[in-house]
Ligand binder design. Sequence first.
Ligand code: TYM
Length: 334
Amino acid sequence: MPRIFSGIQPSGDLHIGNWLGAVQNWVALQERHECFFAIVDLHAITGQHDAATLERRTLDMAIGLLASGIDPARCTFFVQSHVPEHAELMWLLTSVTPLGELERMTQFKDKSQRTESIPAGLLAYPILMAADILLYRADQVPVGDDQLQHLELARVIARRWNAEFGGGVDFFPEPQSLLTAARRIVGLDGQAKMSKSLGNTVGILESPEEIWQKIRPAVTDPARVTKKDPGTPEVCNVYALHRHFSPPDTVSDVARKCRAAEWGCIDCKRVLAENMAAVLAPIRERAEALRADEGGVRAILADGANRARVEARRTLAEVKARMGFLPSEGPPGR
Ligand code: TYM
């Protein structure tokens, strides 16, 4: 059975980009694969780190994922910092990571341009990501397309480590990406990738009214200035979202009415907001129940970390042995 790993940063609420691009795939994969899914809080300190809200954001992300259908009985679901082996393996992998490869990562280049003093963690971020995946010797990684370059580097790291320390065996599989049709959801500005840091998102737990307030000003086909101008659905992000949230006959109806200038963008948006709210309603409902039992959510995460650690310890022990470290005579674990 192929083994899957994927992670998400604890940015608070899940947005529909994460949900369509990755999380829906996680939910489907857990039925047929051995899956490890982590809330990657150690990654979250490489950006603007707010210590006062990290715990809350981590819990909210756990609630959003569980409400979306992540099932702790079908996968191992945990918080990255609860499994210290992630950070330890990362350090071991720095020795086979080429600095030049880190410096050419697009996300590093973008993010480092936006900050005055660049933390080393921003550069090292993809090594931690490789450690996340390799710690579970995962074969496949379901992600959106913004993570493909990082995954390519994870393969380089796996290959180099195998060549240097594998003793002729490919100890680490080279992890392959799994993309969905929603590999890159564009934000409500109609331009950039949907991303919390750009403020162009819709959260999956937002109320119907909040969804409408977000969708109403969303950018559509720029050539459609008035209701009478025929539009081109293919260039319109609201149409793209219809394809993910509206039934197929509504999608074709939307395209036809737009091309024939039979309705205005605002009419089209109203239908989208309604359908989006309807699709997300059951998730909101489940999230409310989970929020009322936060102790239960913490217990699920604790159990997930315990299970993840069994695997993580096993890999790390083997990695250290192959790298020639003197074995510790102390009790197992810490
Ligand atoms: P993060 O937290 O930014 O996003 C989580 C997942 O959501 C996908 N995603 C999108 N997909 C489509 N359209 C969008 N607009 C969109 N925005 C986000 C991301 O591609 C991702 O799959 N570095 C990772 C977290 C990570 C990880 C890992 C992932 C850490 N270790 C190991 C896989 C394997 C990140 O910041 O994702």
